[in-house]
Design a protein around this ligand. Structure first.
Ligand code: AMP
Ligand code: GLY
Length: 422
């Protein structure tokens, strides 16, 4: 099979790595890819939003399957464009991607289907939203409806915070169009669990695994929200049976509902849950693999990843036998540039990356690097993902730290407490 991956981050590096392991992968391409991805796939310099050029490339290179990594091309309809031209795609169409693009869209579906989620109201102007906030108890959660790169959720401890959040959305235009509609919801307390199920074009749902991300920049879950500073999989407190049960409650009904509306959801269905004292609630849906969860999940996966992605695109996930894993657990720790998620230095030297010793179960994925004159430089906020698999999370974390200790990068920062819950 000729396979094309869309994206350029750590998630896509891991996807390329996983796909490349398949005996059915003959040629692997990545648009736009990166210097690190180029070591395992051909990086093709086409802009991700140039759907004409991507389609042309797929036809000319006889691409059999396109795997779309990030949410943006999905919300922009890249999947529709390719499927309409008879190209197999892993990733939902534009209507399916609305689940991630609009929090209101997802919350309204939950309400209709009686799926547990935080109580909420939706506002389209500052005055009404502020009046509502003046009569609420705190904490309260204010969310920009649209895509805001993980920054559109504001936890408000008091009315003044709520006022600031509403000013950001409605007056300062901090989130652009994404903040012109605001979802205000009840604050829930509990442990967060990410549930990943594959969905095929016939609506068959195959639960894959669970994971737990660490969104805060600082140890002890303090500081600003990030795209994710580390993750592990599976979540020890969620048994395989429980995962299947959660997928039946939170994923299958939504896939069926969309199908009734003529939306054939296919690809990854990532349900962000929070388990409160009263039970699990849906926080959000993402329509793609998680980043950095994928950098832990793929090293652990023994079942052929390409077979799974292809089966989703062709509608044959029901034929997949039990998913197999190489080891019990996996973890990934993110190395970010000092200062992230706010300002940070660009293009800083990571001096000995090419000499790092990795044991059999260790993996190094590049999230944001560039190669200049044979030297690796940082090229973003989240820069490296170090993953490892093993029998227990504590040993895995120690092994990851042994890899990190070898990395000679003055600007590198990482959380030492990934997996602290277990
Ligand atoms: P979301 O993008 O909706 O997943 O929100 C990002 C993060 O904000 C979540 O991972 C939670 O940590 C937090 N969050 C979102 N909604 C709520 C809520 N209703 N109650 C408590 N925390 C929340
Ligand atoms: N790690 C969170 C996300 O992928 O949205």
């Amino acid at each position: 099979m000729n396979v094309l991956v869309i994206g350029n981050g750590g998630r896509e590096h891991a996807l390329c790595y996983g796909i490349k392991q398949s005996p059915n992968c003959s040629n692997l391409y990545c648009i736009p890819g990166s210097d690190a991805i180029s070591e395992i796939a051909s990086s093709i310099k086409i802009e991700v939003d140039d759907h004409d050029a991507i389609l042309k490339y797929c036809v000319e290179s006889k691409i059999d399957l396109v795997v779309i990594g990030p949410e943006l091309p999905l919300t922009q309809g890249l999947s529709n464009r390719l499927i309409n031209n008879s190209i197999l795609v892993f990733g939902p169409d534009q209507m399916g991607a609305e689940l991630e693009k609009s929090k209101k869209f997802t919350k309204d579906i939950c309400k209709k289907l009686n799926i547990a989620t935080a109580a909420y109201d939706v506002f389209e102007n500052y005055d009404d939203a502020l009046t509502f906030c003046q009569n609420q108890s705190y904490p309260l959660v204010i969310k920009a409806d649209g895509l805001a790169a993980g920054k559109g959720v504001i936890i408000c401890e008091k009315i003044d915070d709520a006022k600031d959040a509403l000013i950001k959305c409605f007056k300062d235009n901090s989130f652009g169009d994404a903040g012109s509609v605001v979802v205000i919801e009840e604050f829930l307390v509990g442990e967060e669990v990410s549930l990943f199920s594959l969905v095929d074009k016939n609506g068959f749902v195959l639960p894959l695994t669970t994971a737990q991300d660490h969104k805060k920049i600082l140890e002890g879950e303090k500081g600003l929200n990030t795209g994710g500073m580390g993750a592990y999989t599976p979540v020890p407190s969620i048994s395989s049976n429980k995962m299947h049960e959660l997928s039946k409650i939170f994923i299958e009904p939504i896939v069926q509902y969309l199908a009734q509306k003529g939306i054939n959801y296919q690809g990854m269905f990532y349900a962000g849950l929070i388990v409160t004292e009263e039970g699990p609630n849906l926080l959000e849906i993402n329509v793609r693999f998680g980043d950095p969860e994928t950098q832990a999940i793929i090293p652990l996966l023994e079942t052929d990843l390409l077979e799974l992605l292809h089966a989703s695109a062709t509608g044959s996930l029901n034929e997949i036998e039990k998913i197999k894993w190489k080891n019990d657990y996996a973890m990934t720790v993110v190395m970010a540039t000092n200062g992230y998620p706010e300002d940070y230095k660009k293009l800083t030297l990571i001096s000995n990356l090419e000499n790092i010793f990795l044991r059999k179960d260790d993996y190094l994925f590049h999230a944001g690097t560039t190669l200049r004159e044979h030297k690796w430089l940082s090229n973003g906020g989240r820069v490296l993902n170090i993953s490892s698999t093993g029998k227990d999370l504590k040993t895995i974390r120690q092994n990851i730290h042994k890899v990190i200790d070898q990395i000679n990068w003055d600007e590198g920062y990482y959380r030492k407490d990934i997996g602290w819950r277990y």
